[in-house]
Design a protein around this ligand. Structure first.
Ligand code: ADP
Length: 626
């Protein structure tokens, strides 16, 4: 017998599992049955390409056994099994991926701990919620030797050679004694409570979950008038077995789907939408899709694997088939089952499979239609979805030079000057003023900051709505889409807003002022001009053609060595008293006028969100005027 120690981090996790009080320790059964079902899936899948695998679909079974004298519950399956190395790798190291994060969450949120178990891939260890010793007897497909893994969950575990007649696994739980706090672990060695748990949590498992159940029987030889009864044990199948996506929609309530989603995908929050698809066209398939109600924990980390579960005639081919979902809908979870898929479908080639492509195309359309409808009929939910996954939709819309613009443009939402809610491009265009030619957008870190931009004064004055680009992708959408419904996008930072009937050019006399200011500022600005859009502010900067201020900020932050600098065109509002004062000073006291020019330039930089090159020089300048 070989002895192994758990790693320190695993030990700590197990301690928590064993010594804490959980709200729902019974989830252990769901977890172990689900492992058994996965193991059967793996063996059946292997059997598709390997004739030596002798498990037929109809012989697959999960068997529960009560060993009352020894206070044991045994969960057996005829799945793929584990060899010595796999026992060590899979059960000896706690959830390589998730253990650290799981422990943190567990320590932080004790009360919901049991629900967290599945999410972190530590399902097997939930056995220690109810057992003080767990023994796993397993024989791997293709191997004749079996092994016994055993642990009390404390220091470590042992592995030794053993006998098992058939391929498969028994997980033997030595159920804990009942504690003082009415833990009542004894119910896990009684038939009826186990039956109820299977019905509650594992009804949709596609393989039969069976157990011997006691049934009263008239004792042989007892008189018909005064019958005596004895118990007889009959093998019963507990679960209905029809996977939820094969059941008629009418039979199920939303609650059933929600529960299934939460248990099956280990998601703590109910989905926003449940979508069922039953297709009979060029390729027949059934799909059950869920739009999540919360972003998965590992979303946008490397650990997140997008994709749908794929079944070929009831045999699970893949857990996460990414080829079934376009990038923009990578957040969708669900299942696809098709009788038309080749049973030899290899995971490596799934992407090129014609049938898979057909299914993917049809699902893409379906999801788009569902979102479109949600956007129109249930705005609140859609905005929630947008906050969680909008970025992915935008990124996909930009991908490949906005190749998917047509398909995705109606799904995009923007913050806007029209109010707190978000708006679609169609809504924006629908609200455009009769004389408005462009879709105006402004870039900034928050709606508040954008609202303060003096560049927007004239647009606001005309009652034009402005889209707020609050992240880089918003701006890229505006830049790369170029137009929507025939209306071009136009940046509010653009020196020329393309307004008809804009203010007439100021008197030639102002040219001198502009020249003077340009001389004062030297290379800091490329040009000084009259502004056609300022109203209450004296100055602003525009970037002209080339990179924007936002891009400059981005490059300064990411690659300062490039020294990327946007052009700075200083716009002066000649109707503003400050510019009047500058002009008077130019004529009467040029030294003072120079100071005004510097101050106004610095103010324009601040408003544009650009750093002031010499802050103390700037404050000295201001003070010198007192
Ligand atoms: P998860 O199932 O989320 O991967 P678990 O802790 O539940 O995490 O199980 C760890 C691994 O142990 C599984 O991925 C699987 O490889 C293996 N395993 C668990 N139970 C069985 C079983 N009944 N038959 C075969 N392998 C199993």
């Amino acid at each position: 017998m070989k002895q192994y120690e758990f790693q320190a981090s695993s030990r700590r996790l197990l301690e928590l599992m064993i010594h804490s009080v959980y709200t729902k320790p019974e989830v252990f059964l769901r977890e172990l049955i689900s492992n058994a079902s996965d193991a059967i899936d793996k063996r059946l899948y292997l059997g598709l390409t390997d004739d030596s695998v002798r498990l037929r679909r109809e012989d697959a079974e999960i068997r529960l056994t009560l060993d009352k004298p020894n206070r044991c519950l045994i969960i057996s399956d005829n799945g793929i099994g584990m060899n010595e190395q796999e026992l060590q790798d899979n059960l000896g190291v706690i959830a390589q991926s998730g253990s650290q994060r799981f422990r943190e969450a567990l320590e932080a949120e004790q009360s919901t701990a049991a629900e967290l178990i599945g999410q972190f891939g530590v399902g097997f260890y939930s056995a220690f919620l109810v057992a003080d010793r767990v023994t796993v007897l397993s024989r791997r497909e293709g191997e004749s030797r079996a092994f016994r893994w055993s642990s009390d969950g404390a220091e470590g575990y042992t592995i030794e050679p053993a006998e098992r007649a058939e391929v498969g696994t028994d997980v033997i739980l030595h159920i804990r004694p009942d504690g003082k706090e009415a833990d009542r672990y004894s119910r896990y060695v009684r038939e009826y409570p186990i039956y109820k748990l299977v019905r509650q949590y594992s009804d949709y498992i596609r393989f039969p979950i069976r157990m011997l159940m006691p049934q009263p029987k008239i004792k042989e030889g007892s008189s018909p008038e005064h019958p005596e009864f004895e118990e007889e044990f009959v093998l019963e199948t507990f679960n209905t077995m029809t996977p939820i996506w094969q059941r008629p929609k009418g039979e199920l309530k939303r609650k059933d789907y929600d529960e299934y989603y939460q248990a099956h995908f280990n998601e703590p929050v109910a989905p926003l939408r449940v979508v069922t698809v039953s297709a009979e066209g060029a390729v027949r398939f059934k799909a059950l899709l869920f739009i999540p109600g919360a972003a998965p924990r590992d979303y946008r980390t490397d650990a997140f694997a997008p994709g749908l579960e794929l079944y070929a005639s009831g045999v699970k081919v893949m857990d996460r088939c990414a080829a079934l979902l376009p990038e923009e809908f990578a957040f969708v979870r669900g299942i696809v089952d098709s009788p038309d898929l080749s049973l030899n479908l290899s995971r490596e080639l799934v992407q090129q499979d014609r049938q898979v492509q057909l299914i993917a195309g049809s699902l893409e359309k379906k999801i788009r239609a569902v979102l479109d409808r949600m956007l129109r009929e249930d705005r609140k939910s859609y905005e929630k979805l947008w906050r969680m996954f909008g970025l992915d939709i935008k990124i996909a819309a930009l991908d490949n030079y906005a190749a998917k613009k047509e398909q995705l443009q109606e799904l995009l939402l923007f913050a806007t000057s029209a109010g707190l809610g978000m708006c679609t491009l169609a809504e924006y265009v629908g609200r455009m003023k009769p004389d408005q030619k462009y879709i105006y957008y402004a870039v900034g870190p928050s709606a508040r900051r954008i609202e303060q931009l003096p560049q927007l004064e004239l647009l606001k004055d005309r009652g034009y709505e402005i889209l707020y680009c609050l992240d880089r992708t918003d701006q890229l959408v505006a830049d790369m889409f170029r137009d929507y419904a025939g209306k071009p996008f136009r940046s509010a930072a653009d020196g020329d807003l393309g307004l008809e009937g804009a203010r007439p050019k100021p008197d030639k006399a102002w040219e001198k002022t502009f020249e003077f200011v340009k001389d004062c500022l030297g290379d800091k600005v490329t040009e000084v001009t009259a502004s056609s859009r300022l109203k209450d502010h004296p100055v602003c900067l525009s970037a002209g053609k080339g990179i924007s201020f936002d891009m400059e900020r981005y490059f300064t932050a990411t690659s300062p060595q490039m020294g990327m600098r946007a052009k700075r065109i200083l716009e002066l509002n000649v109707a503003h008293p400050a510019i009047g004062a500058l002009e008077r000073a130019r004529q009467q006291d040029p030294e003072r006028a120079k100071k005004y020019a510097q101050i106004l330039y610095n103010q324009a930089c601040m408003i544009a969100g650009l750093p002031i090159e010499d802050p103390s020089g700037y404050t000295d300048l201001l003070c010198s005027l007192w």
